[in-house]
Design a protein around this ligand. Structure first.
Ligand code: SF4
Ligand code: SF4
Length: 351
């Protein structure tokens, strides 16, 4: 499956202040880049390993359908994740996806990393090992008996198909109906990539807030599991808890732009609320905050995936603007917009 990028789900499209480059940093083939702050895929360089998919917090990049994969994997007798068999690099699986696989599986799962040392994406071996560790720690916390094990038994040479870019599946793929379609998409994408043309964006979709499938699945699983009683003292690679200090002026950027509704505001706009179980760790809220008032906490309370609690991060005094009647927080008798307009009017009239 050709890599798909949904611009509307990418935090770079939501704000020019976003510094997210997780997909670009994870690509060993330099197939991803930024054109006018927008992520572009050069399908000519892309080998469809899916490492960018495993790194993207919001689900903006899709290299394979995890939903279909999990169905197929669970109904098969397989116990092995293997880049030569599964058509994507094991780095295409994020830690939460690995946990979901283990929690839904009736057997231990092995992750073949023997090929990594001869592969260009091999630099991600440690990342994959860390994700396996994190998924296993989650299994311990939730009392899941199955575990994931890294396996180093097949070497790159024994894998025979060679490196990802020379694999047979890529070659055969060119002669299928899908392959022809993909080539057409590649040409279009190359044209866009080379010209740096504005990407097509559905602006209505930019305002929507949604969770990627992997988080919806994770929440469903966590809801059903009874924690084993083991302590959890650290953080998570795919969610963070937040803190807002008193420098916050309620500019509204963080909760307006948050892609998942983890951050929200009360109707009176007098408090910012946070639901840690919805946080995708995209860091957009921190990137857009000019005063750096919002930050991540080093620990995460896992019980929140079950309780789904919303907490108050900061409260403001609510006032009614005496010019427009809207509710605002802050000092003075007018909301920031009316106050700016009044200021302009005074300047124009030389008052
Ligand atoms: S949100 Fe995903 S696609 Fe966008 S820059 Fe971050 S990792 Fe890349
Ligand atoms: S709270 Fe911040 S880090 Fe979490 S999903 Fe929203 S914008 Fe991203």
């Amino acid at each position: 499956m050709a890599i798909k990028l949904s611009f509307e789900s990418c935090v770079r499209t939501r704000s020019v202040s976003s510094e997210c480059a997780k997909c670009i940093d994870s690509c060993a083939y330099d197939a991803l880049s930024l054109v006018q702050n927008s992520v572009r895929i050069n399908l000519d360089g892309c080998v469809e390993c899916g490492a960018c998919d495993g790194a993207c917090p919001t689900g903006a990049i899709e290299s394979f359908s995890f939903e279909n994969f999990i169905d197929g994997f669970l109904s098969s007798s397989s116990t092995l994740l293997d880049c030569k068999k599964d058509a994507v690099c094991c780095a295409a699986f994020s830690a939460d996806e690995l946990f979901c696989l283990a929690a839904l599986s009736k057997k231990d799962i092995y992750v073949e990393l023997g090929y990594c040392d001869g592969c260009k994406s091999g630099a991600l071996k440690e990342t994959i090992e860390d994700r396996i560790k994190e998924a296993n720690a989650l299994c311990d916390y939730y009392g899941v008996n199955q575990k994931l094990f890294a396996k180093y038994t097949t070497t790159f040479e024994e894998g025979k198909e060679g490196s990802v870019e020379l694999s047979k599946r890529s070659l055969f793929g060119l002669f299928t109906k899908d392959g022809v379609k993909k080539s057409a998409e590649k040409l279009k994408s190359d044209e866009e990539f080379m010209s740096g043309k504005e990407a097509t964006i559905d602006y209505a979709l930019l305002k929507t807030k949604k969770l990627p499938f992997k988080r919806e699945l994770f929440l469903k699983i966590a809801e059903k599991l009874e924690p084993s009683g083991k302590e959890w003292s650290g953080g998570l690679s795919f969610a963070t808890d937040k803190y807002i200090d008193e420098t916050c002026d309620n500019c509204s950027l963080c909760y307006s732009l948050c892609p998942s509704e983890a951050l929200s505001v009360t109707q009176m706009k007098n408090a910012i609320l946070f639901s840690p179980h919805l946080c995708l760790r995209c860091a957009l809220c921190e990137d857009v905050c000019a005063k750096k008032s919002i930050s991540s906490l080093p620990t995460f309370e896992l019980s929140t995936f079950k309780t789904k609690n919303k907490k108050v991060l900061i409260k403001f005094k609510a006032r009614v603007c005496e010019s427009c009647g809207s509710v605002f927080s802050g000092e003075g008798s007018e909301c920031p917009r009316c106050s700016a307009e009044s200021e302009d009017a005074r300047e124009l009239l030389g008052l």
